[in-house]
Design a protein around this ligand. Structure first.
Ligand code: COA
Ligand code: ZN
Length: 306
């Protein structure tokens, strides 16, 4: 991995669509992923194999993954699984990469996956181990790693202990997630510093939400700390239905522009991203994207008129 390359995982089909009132048909989700891949996005979290009673928007996970494997066979396609049942369903649908989700606090695990922190940790361990045995690549989210909507600020030592358990279980990528978008850059710098001796930088990813407008600043703090794997979502759609106050993820296009203007590469083409975004807009029925996409669209209009 070149140190001037950012590896962006676009989570809009999962983190984004799980929270929308508009239900997209599986074929439309597949098309969104295909357009993201065509724009050069190297890695996409395409769906989640969770309980359809908990998240009805993801009930079509098997169909979506099968479609993605057919339409974008070269894409690194990951899926979220909360337990062994989800992993079994994911493997049956052809998954080659799976992410488990472990929240750093007792209450958040209860609300999200109906498990205590200790049970959730054990379930994530066994799910990672089973995924590794089945030959899958694995990620482990440490959700609410900075602040929990129910329990407040989270100590680095708690996150560190959970990372150690996940690494010991064989996970390849740890995703430090600011699920509710509560962190500021200084907290990011501090947590990554505290984790440095335990989680190798090459195995560290970050996942920011932009609830209060600090998403890009937090991403930059992580980049300055040496992290090169970042989650983002096209148009900034996203949010967790079980975490009150969680707004959208940091927008993929914001990171693409940030990278480009900072001499870093993402391999992602802005125009291709705009096409994917406009496709998502046509389904969700509202404009998506923040100031970066508005700026890009304006520049394109000006160029067309010149
Ligand atoms: N996929 C589909 N169905 C599942 C499942 C999975 N991964 N895991 C459990 N189920 C089914 C069980 O088979 C059972 O079905 P039944 O009622 O027909 O017998 C039912 O769900 C209840 O199972 P149980 O093990 O008691 O689960 P639960 O009700 O305690 O829910 C989770 C636990 C983890 C399955 C659920 O909370 C969940 O899917 N959460 C996901 C939350 C999420 O996606 N958050 C956003 C991303 S971070
Ligand atoms: Zn998220």
């Amino acid at each position: 991995m070149s140190t001037d390359t950012l590896i962006i995982t676009d989570v809009s089909p999962r983190d984004g669509l799980q929270n929308q009132s508009v239900l997209l048909p599986a074929a439309a989700k597949v098309e969104l992923v295909r357009l993201l891949a065509a724009a050069g996005v190297p890695s996409v979290e395409v769906t989640s194999f969770v309980s359809p009673a908990a998240v009805p928007q993801m009930a079509d996970a098997a169909e979506v993954l099968a479609g993605v494997l057919k339409m974008a066979p070269l894409l690194r396609a990951s899926v979220l699984v909360p337990n062994l049942k989800g992993l079994t369903r994911a493997i049956a649908a052809g998954a080659s990469e799976a992410a488990v989700v472990l929240s750093a606090t007792e209450t958040m695990n209860q609300r999200n996956i109906n498990m205590s922190l200790e049970v959730a940790t054990a379930v994530c361990e066994e799910t990672v181990q089973a995924a590794r045995q089945a030959g899958l690549a694995t990620r482990a989210y440490i959700a609410v790693a900075f602040e929990c909507p129910f329990e407040g600020l989270v100590e680095s030592s708690v996150v560190l202990a959970l990372c150690e358990r996940m690494l010991a279980a064989g996970v390849q990528e740890i995703v430090i997630a600011d699920t509710i978008g509560a962190a500021v850059p200084r907290q990011v710098t501090r947590l990554l510093h505290d984790l440095a001796g335990t989680v190798p930088l090459g195995q560290t990813a970050v996942h920011f939400h932009d609830t209060r407008g600090f998403g890009v600043a937090n991403a930059w703090a992580a980049i300055e700390a040496g992290v090169r794997r970042l989650d983002a979502s096209a148009g900034g759609i996203g949010g967790c239905p079980f975490a009150p106050g969680a707004a959208g993820n940091v927008a993929t296009e914001d990171l693409v522009l940030l990278a480009r203007k900072s001499g870093l590469h993402t391999g992602i083409d802005m125009d291709g991203l705009r096409v994917a975004l406009e496709y998502a807009e046509s389904w969700l029925g509202r404009p998506l994207g923040g100031r970066t996409m508005a700026w890009h669209r304006r520049k394109q209009r000006e160029a067309a008129e010149a």
